[in-house]
Design a protein around this ligand. Structure first.
Ligand code: ADP
Ligand code: ASP
Ligand code: MG
Length: 439
C-alpha cells in the first residue's frame, strides 16, 4: 500500500500547521510521497508566499526596491524553521534566488521558489529525501506539459526512494528554464506523482473537510459530498469550485487511482472520495454539486433562414478561432445563435471581431451582451430522476431571477444556466435550498 499526500498552502502556512502535517504522515506509514505547496495564508488577511514572490520579482523587473518584500518572504520561512527547531539555514538559497531574480530568471522561476523552499523544509522536518521537481517534471520549449516523459522520469527517480518530498507547481523545460502550471497547480503535481509510483490513493489535504456541495463563501457550511466521479468533478472544478485544480484528475484517471480530499485541521473527517465511476448515488440528494463563474459575454447573432444556410456555423466558428476565442456554450435557435465566451477573451478586439463577423456571416442582428454568469448544477443522479431542470427553473423563478441561457449536456450530467452576474450568489443559494435543504 502506497499513498501520495499533497498538502495545500494553508496546511503548510506556519510551524503549527507543519506539526499537524507531520502527525498526519506519521500516523500512517503508507503516506510515503509528499507534495507540498508554498506557505499560504495564516489568516484571512495574510498574503500567500506565491503572491509575495510575484510581487518581489515584478519589483525587480521594474527597477523598484524589492528588499523589503524579499525580507518578508525570508521571514515567513525562518519563522517556520525556528518554530520547528530545525537545524536548517536557507541563506545560501536566498542569495541564489536574489541573484537569479536580478538576472531576470522569469516569473515562473520566481513563483516556483515558494514550493521549492517549503519542500526543503518539509524534507528536513520529516527526514524524507528532497527531490527537485525541476529534475522530474518536464515541459516542452513552449511550456506544454510532457506527460509520458515526466511519468518515466518520475518513476525511475522515485523507484529507489522509499520516502520523498517533491515540491508542487513547477517543473522544467528542456533548457532547464523553470516553468509552472497555472495557479493551484500543486494539485496536478500530486496527481502526477501518484500515477508515477502507482499509488493506491492520492490524498489531497486542504482546509475544508472535502468537496462541498457548493462554495462555502456563498452558502455557509454546505454539506460535504461523500463520493464524486472524475467527470462530475471536472464539471464542478471547471465551473469554479476552487478546491481542486481542474486538470488534477488527468494523471490519476489514466491510472484509476482515487483521490481523497481531506482536512489537515480535522484529519478524522472522512472527506470526499473522488472515484473513476460510481453507480452509487453521491448522497441522498439528486444533485452532487453546484458551482459557477461570472464574467461571461454572449455574442448574439440573428439571421433569417440560418438553419438552411450551409456552412454558417463553420464560418462563425472560424472567425472566433482566428481571434483566439473559445466558445464555452453555443445554444442555437432556428434563426439565432448565441455564443457564450469568457469576457476577458474579447479584451482589445471587440471592434475587430465585430467588423469581421458582420463581414463574414452577414447577420440581420448582431450584439455582444456582457455581465453573464454561468451556474452548473451537476449530478450523476440526474439521469435517472425526472424533473431536475424543472426544479432548478422553479427555484430561480420563485426568487425572481431571470434565466438568460440554458444548456444541458447530452450526458445529462449537468445543467448550465446563464443569469445576470448580479443574481449570482442568490441563484446558488436558492438552488442549494431547493435540492439540499428541502430534500
Ligand atoms: P489549498 O491551498 O489546500 O490547495 P485551496 O484554497 O486551493 O486550498 O482550496 C480550498 C478552498 O476552496 C476552500 O477553503 C474553499 O474556500 C474553496 N472552495 C470553493 N468551492 C468549494 C467547494 N465546492 N468545496 C470545497 N471548497 C471549496
Ligand atoms: N502556490 C501555488 C499557488 O498559490 C500553487 C498551489 O498552491 O497549488 O497557486
Ligand atoms: Mg489549491
Amino acid at each position: 500500500m502506497k499513498k501520495v499526500v499533497k498538502f495545500g498552502g494553508s496546511s503548510l502556512a506556519s510551524a503549527r500547521q507543519f506539526k499537524k502535517v507531520k502527525a498526519i504522515i506519521e500516523a500512517d506509514k503508507t503516506r510515503c510521497y509528499v507534495v507540498p505547496s508554498a506557505p499560504g495564508k495564516r489568516d484571512s488577511k495574510d498574503t500567500k508566499v506565491t503572491d509575495m514572490l510575484y510581487q518581489c520579482y515584478d519589483a525587480v523587473c521594474a527597477g523598484e526596491s524589492y528588499k523589503r518584500i524579499l525580507d518578508q518572504i525570508k521571514k515567513r520561512y525562518t519563522d517556520i524553521i525556528d518554530g520547528l527547531d530545525l537545524n536548517l539555514n536557507l541563506d545560501f538559497e536566498f542569495a541564489k534566488i536574489e541573484e537569479n531574480f536580478l538576472k531576470k530568471a522569469g516569473r515562473d522561476y520566481a513563483a516556483s521558489r515558494g514550493e521549492y523552499l517549503n519542500g526543503i523544509i518539509a524534507a528536513n522536518y520529516l527526514g524524507f529525501t528532497f527531490v527537485d521537481a525541476a529534475d522530474v517534471i518536464r515541459f516542452d520549449a513552449e511550456g506544454n506539459f510532457l506527460s509520458e516523459e515526466t511519468n518515466e522520469e518520475m518513476r525511475e527517480h522515485l523507484a529507489s526512494l522509499k520516502q520523498a518530498v517533491i515540491p508542487g507547481f513547477y517543473g522544467a523545460k528542456p533548457d532547464g528554464t523553470i516553468h509552472t502550471f497555472s495557479r493551484g497547480g500543486s494539485d496536478i503535481t500530486g496527481s502526477i506523482v501518484a500515477r508515477a509510483v502507482q499509488a493506491d490513493l492520492y490524498e489531497n489535504w486542504t482546509d475544508v473537510s472535502g468537496f462541498l456541495v457548493t462554495d462555502p463563501h456563498i452558502v455557509p457550511n454546505p454539506e460535504t459530498i461523500e463520493t464524486i466521479t472524475y467527470r462530475e468533478l471536472r464539471e464542478l472544478s471547471y465551473m469554479g469550485a476552487g478546491v481542486l485544480h481542474e486538470d488534477a484528475i488527468f494523471p490519476v484517471r489514466s491510472a484509476n487511482i482515487p483521490i481523497n480530499i481531506k482536512n489537515t485541521n480535522a484529519p478524522q473527517d472522512a472527506g470526499t472520495l473522488i472515484v473513476p465511476t460510481s453507480h452509487a448515488p453521491a448522497s441522498e440528494h439528486v444533485i452532487t454539486g453546484i458551482a459557477g463563474k461570472k464574467n461571461f459575454s454572449v455574442i448574439s447573432i440573428e439571421k433569417d433562414r440560418m438553419n438552411s444556410n450551409k456552412g454558417f456555423l463553420r464560418k462563425l466558428l472560424q472567425v472566433l478561432e482566428n481571434h483566439d476565442i473559445f466558445p464555452e456554450h453555443m445554444p442555437t435557435g432556428i434563426d439565432t445563435v448565441s455564443v457564450v465566451v469568457n469576457s476577458s477573451e474579447l479584451d482589445g478586439q471587440r471592434e475587430k471581431l465585430t467588423e469581421r463577423l458582420v463581414e463574414v456571416v452577414k447577420p440581420d442582428h448582431f450584439e455582444i451582451i456582457d455581465g453573464l454568469a454561468l451556474i452548473a448544477v451537476v449530478g450523476r443522479g440526474m439521469r435517472s430522476v425526472k424533473g431536475t431542470a424543472t426544479r432548478v427553473f422553479a427555484a430561480l423563478s420563485h426568487a425572481n431571477i431571470n434565466i438568460r441561457m440554458i444548456d444541458q449536456g447530452s450526458s445529462e450530467l449537468n445543467i448550465i444556466i446563464g443569469i445576470n452576474a448580479g443574481d449570482f450568489d442568490k441563484a446558488i443559494k436558492v438552488i442549494y435550498d431547493m435540492f439540499i435543504l428541502s430534500e
